[in-house]
Design a protein around this ligand. Structure first.
Ligand code: HEM
Length: 415
C-alpha cells in the first residue's frame, strides 16, 4: 500500500498585518526562501524550460483572482481554473509541489503556495541572468477555483488598447505592460500561437506586415501552415535562454515573435517605453531595464493578494482528489473495480477519473455511509467551493470484498 496521506487542518494565524513584507517568514520559516531557491535551481539544472514556465506561472496566477495560488488547485472538476482556455500551456505545477512538500516538511502550514509561486518566479529570473530582487511575501492562498474567472486573460490577438485596458484593470500601467511582456526574453512559444500572425492575419490569408521581411521566411519555416502546432520556437530570437533586453531590440526591429509583443511598438506610449532603454547614454544615465523589470514584477505580485486572516495556508499546493484516492486505493481503482470508502462525515465527492469518479470506480457519484455498496446512494456532483471540510476515510474496499486499506485517513479536501 502506498504510504498514506495525512493532512491535518491547522488554524493558521500568522501575522496580523494586512499587506506584504520582505522577509515575512524570517521568524516562522527562516529557510523558506532558500528552500524554494534550491528546488528551482535543481529543476532548472534538469529541465531547461523550468525558469520560463515558472515565470509564466506567476503571471497567470496573478491575473486571475489575484496572486492567490488558485491556478494550482486541481479537483478534477471541469470548472477548475487551470483548465481555462487562457491558461493553455501553463506548466511548472510539479516544481511548486516539490517546493511545497519540502516546506511542509520543514515548517508545516506556514508558507503559502501563492508565495512559493512568486519566489519561484524571482529565482527563475535570476537563474537566467536576470536581476535579483526582493519579493515581499505574506500572501495567503485562495479558496476559489473557477475557470470562468480566467475569461479575461490577455490574449495573443488582443489589440494594444485591449492589452493596456486589461493591465490597467489590475493596476498596471502601459510601462508595466512593456516591462512584463519583456518576460518573453526567456522561453518558447508553440507554433499554435503563431497561426494567426503568419497565415490568418489579413483577410486574404496574409501575414502580419509588422514582421521584418527577413524574419518571415524563418518563422514560416519553423511553423509551416498545417504543420505541427506543438513545435516550439524561442520568443526572443537569438537569446531565448538568457534574460536580457534583446527582446526589446527584437521588438524594435520587427523580430518580435508573439503578436502582442509586436503591438508594443505600434503605440506611441508603449513605443516610447521600449525606446527609453536604448537611449544614447543608456544604460549609464538612462533607465535600467533590469531594475524597472524587477519593480514591475513586484507590482504584479501584489495584485489582489490575500493577507492577514484572509484565505488560508493551503496544505497541499495542488488539491487533487484523484491523487489522494490513488494514494489510498493504489492502482486497483484504475481497473473496473468497485471501490467504496466509508467516510465518517458524509460529503459530496467529485473528481474525474478515466472512467470513474473519485470514490466509486463504476462511473457514478455515490455517497457512502458504510463499507457496503448497498448502502450507497446517488449523490449529485457538488460545485467547487461549496464545501470545505475534513473528511475521514475509514477504509477502502473493492468489490471482491478485499480491504485495500484501513484507516482512518484524514484528508483535508475542498469541494
Ligand atoms: C501581455 C500579455 C501576454 C500574452 C498575450 C502572453 C502570451 C504568451 C504566449 C502565447 C506564450 C506561449 C505559451 C506556450 O506556447 O506555451 C507565452 C509564453 C510565456 N510568457 Fe507570456 N504573455 C503575456 C504576458 C506575460 C507576462 C506578463 C509574463 C511574466 C511576467 C509572461 C511570461 C511568459 C513566459 C516566461 C513564457 C515562456 C513560457 C515557456 O517557455 O513555456 N507573459 N506568453
Amino acid at each position: 500500500m502506498v504510504p498514506l496521506l495525512l493532512i491535518l487542518i491547522l488554524s493558521c494565524f500568522i501575522g496580523a498585518s494586512q499587506g506584504l513584507q520582505v522577509g515575512f517568514y524570517a521568524n516562522t520559516c527562516p529557510n523558506a526562501e532558500s528552500i524554494v531557491r534550491r528546488v528551482v535551481s535543481e529543476a532548472a539544472a534538469s529541465e531547461q524550460n523550468a525558469p520560463p514556465v515558472l515565470l509564466r506561472l506567476h503571471f497567470h496566477d496573478c491575473f486571475v483572482n489575484g496572486c492567490d495560488g488558485s491556478i494550482l488547485i486541481t479537483t478534477g472538476l471541469e470548472t477548475d481554473e487551470k483548465s481555462a482556455f487562457g491558461h493553455q500551456g501553463v506548466q511548472g505545477f510539479e516544481i511548486i509541489e516539490r517546493a511545497k512538500a519540502q516546506l511542509e516538511a520543514t515548517c508545516p502550514g506556514i508558507v503559502s503556495c501563492a508565495d512559493i509561486v512568486a519566489l519561484a518566479a524571482r529565482d527563475a529570473v535570476f537563474l537566467t541572468n536576470g536581476p535579483l530582487y526582493e519579493v515581499p511575501t505574506g500572501r495567503r492562498d485562495g479558496l476559489v477555483s473557477n475557470k470562468s474567472l480566467a475569461d479575461n486573460m490577455p490574449d495573443i490577438t488582443d489589440s494594444i488598447d485591449t492589452l493596456k485596458a486589461k493591465f490597467s484593470e489590475k493596476g498596471l500601467s502601459g510601462m508595466d505592460l512593456v516591462l512584463l511582456s519583456s518576460a518573453h526574453t526567456i522561453g518558447t512559444t508553440a507554433c499554435f500561437f503563431m497561426t494567426n500572425r503568419l497565415y490568418e492575419f489579413t483577410a486574404g490569408g496574409g501575414s502580419d506586415p509588422s514582421i521584418n521581411p527577413g524574419f518571415l521566411p524563418e518563422l514560416k519555416a519553423t511553423c509551416p501552415q498545417n504543420g505541427n502546432p506543438n513545435t516550439r520556437l524561442a520568443m526572443d530570437r537569438g537569446s531565448g535562454q538568457t534574460f536580457d533586453k534583446q527582446i526589446l531590440q527584437n521588438i524594435r526591429s520587427g523580430f518580435a515573435v508573439l503578436e502582442t509583443d509586436a503591438r508594443l511598438y505600434e503605440d506611441v506610449a508603449t513605443k516610447r517605453v521600449v525606446d527609453s532603454y536604448f537611449g544614447f547614454f543608456s544604460p549609464v544615465l538612462g533607465p535600467s531595464f533590469e531594475a524597472d523589470f524587477a519593480k514591475a514584477m513586484v507590482k504584479m505580485g501584489e495584485i489582489g493578494v490575500l493577507t492577514g486572516s484572509e484565505g488560508e495556508i493551503r496544505r497541499l499546493s495542488v488539491v487533487n482528489l484523484n491523487k489522494i484516492f490513488e494514494q489510498i486505493a493504489g492502482d486497483d481503482c484504475f481497473q473496473d473495480i468497485f471501490c467504496v470508502a466509508k467516510i465518517s462525515d458524509p460529503v459530496k465527492l467529485s473528481a474525474s477519473r478515466t472512467k470513474s469518479t473519485a470514490w466509486n470506480c463504476d462511473g457514478s457519484n455515490l455517497l457512502c455511509n458504510s463499507t457496503s455498496s448497498s448502502n450507497c446512494s446517488p449523490w449529485p456532483v457538488g460545485l467547487f467551493g461549496e464545501q470545505k471540510k475534513m473528511i475521514s476515510v475509514l477504509a477502502v474496499y473493492v468489490r471482491s470484498g478485499k480491504k485495500l486499506s484501513s484507516g482512518p485517513h484524514s484528508i483535508y479536501a475542498i469541494f
